[in-house]
Write a protein that binds this ligand. Structure first.
Ligand code: GDP
Ligand code: IMO
Ligand code: MG
Length: 424
């Protein structure tokens, strides 16, 4: 059976966690394929909010297996924190949570290196979540990393020491003011490693291959968003993994011809957290309203998210790169009450109007060209059927479907699992 993918099409925080939770009832296995604790996926049900960083968003369903794939980077300390929260809620994950032996481990010194690198960049900083993502993927591609499977080897602590020592000399090289007590960090790290080792490690590509052969349904859960992809995002203001569809192949060992549906998730507007260009960013009252009504604060770092209008040029690009087959529009409820809505349908670039994403999208290079739409006043948050949606919102949706040539099959009207409208 083909593997379906669910991916963010913007700069992350589109609402992936919510939709994975909603769709889990249709799947046997939910698998994360890239990223790590830089992600913050929020689920809301039964009046309670849950934030997951590394653990797949199917974990609250009894019957689903949740797999942390080889493309993911794991911080044992943060992972343990997530498990502790699940314990508090009596979620039994011992049998349902599996970890790939090929996933890489984030060491305490990777986090310190992330901080040192950012501090050394000054104003040019990426705005990293400081979870050690960049340095861990650097060690992965540099062939120095420590993997989950290594924890089963007798000499792994020796390898840990060598790598941590090397990192300490690199931190010193940065010549920035970073205070740390490595001994303290290591105490927590080794304690968390013991907890990690109590879980089941597997050869996940083989597991997925067999599961597919047996006809099990698999949903791959993306983290971050397409515009943060290391190759296709707004480099260098990106994360260090392939967040796009191809990342699911390398991050799980799924062959390209085994990919089924590609669910692309986007907000009805746009947000971005951290540095980097954002052509439709708003610095006025409209942007402030989106942030306030949409509660746009990062689920991982608590930072305020930058807000702006929907950018169809960027969205089209993301649909293209991912081969999106179905779209899901999130947070439509946040736009209630806007008299006029704007959608960027082209850029003015070097004096010309273009409709594709160029190499440079900094403010000095592109100016968004907008199409305006009439807004709606109805509160959407109590709606449960497509027939209840206001006609202005239907016009907005119809325009996007026509431009993107992909159906919008879910419209989300609030953070709760139940605030989800399915469209045919
Ligand atoms: P993710 O990283 O893609 O899983 O998204 P985040 O969890 O970081 O951010 C999405 C935020 O929007 C969370 O606070 C969700 O609870 C919330 N959310 C999701 N869908 C909706 C929606 O349709 N309407 C509103 N108002 N909030 C939503
Ligand atoms: P989810 O899965 C939004 C951003 C950071 C920073 C850049 C690099 O919740 O959508 P990193 O820590 O990866 O080195 O940071 O990427 N970023 C995210 N923004 N949502 C995320 O994940 C993000 N993960 C990383 O803010 O700009
Ligand atoms: Mg998030």
């Amino acid at each position: 059976m083909a593997v379906d993918l669910l991916l963010g099409l913007q700069w992350g925080d589109e609402g992936k966690g919510k939709i994975v939770d909603v769709l889990t009832q249709n799947y046997n296995i939910i698998a994360r394929f890239q990223g790590g604790p830089n992600a913050g996926h929020t689920l809301v049900f039964n009046g309670k909010k849950h934030v997951l960083h590394t653990i797949p968003s199917g974990i609250f369903h009894d019957n689903a297996i949740n797999l942390v794939g080889n493309g993911v980077v794991i911080d044992p300390v943060i992972f343990k924190g997530e498990l502790d929260k699940l314990d508090e809620q009596n979620i039994d994950y011992k049998k349902s949570l599996l970890i790939s032996r090929k996933a890489h481990i984030i060491l305490p010194t990777h986090r310190l290196l992330d901080a040192a690198s950012e501090a050394s960049k000054g104003k040019a900083k990426i705005g990293s979540t400081l979870k050690g993502i960049g340095p861990t993927y650097m060690d992965k591609t540099g062939r120095n990393g420590i993997r989950v499977g290594d924890l089963e080897l007798s000499d792994w602590k020796e390898r840990y020491r060598n790598l941590a020592d090397k990192h300490e000399s690199m931190i010193a090289y940065y010549d920035v003011d970073i205070e740390y007590d490595l001994k303290e960090l290591e105490d927590a790290f080794f304690k968390a490693i013991d907890v990690l080792k109590s879980l089941t490690f597997i050869d996940s590509e083989e597991y997925i291959y067999q599961a597919q052969k047996e006809g099990q349904s698999i949903l791959a859960e993306g983290a971050q968003g397409s515009l943060l992809d290391i190759d296709f995002g707004t480099y260098p203001f990106v994360t260090s993994s392939n967040t796009t569809a191809a990342g699911a192949c390398t991050g799980l060992g799924v062959a390209p011809n085994q990919i089924g549906d590609v669910f692309g998730i986007f907000k009805a507007y746009t947000t971005r957290v951290g540095s980097g260009p954002f052509p439709t960013e708003l610095f006025d009252e409209d942007g402030e309203t989106m942030g306030r009504v949409g509660n746009e604060f990062g689920a991982t770092t608590g930072r305020r998210r930058r807000c702006g209008w929907l950018d169809l040029v960027a969205l089209k690009y993301a649909c293209q790169v991912n081969g999106v087959t179905q779209l899901m529009m999130m947070k439509g409820d946040v736009l209630s009450g806007f008299k006029t809505l704007k959608v960027c349908t082209a850029y003015k670039y070097k004096g010309e109007e273009i409709a594709h994403l160029p190499y440079n999208i900094e403010p000095e290079n592109v100016e968004p060209i907008y199409t305006e739409f009439k807004g709606w006043n109805e509160d959407l948050t109590g709606m449960s059927e497509a027939s209840q949606l206001p006609s202005e919102l239907n016009d907005y949706i119809a325009f996007l479907e026509k431009e993107l040539e992909i159906p919008i099959t879910i419209v989300s009207v609030g953070p709760d699992r139940k605030q989800t409208i399915f469209r045919n």
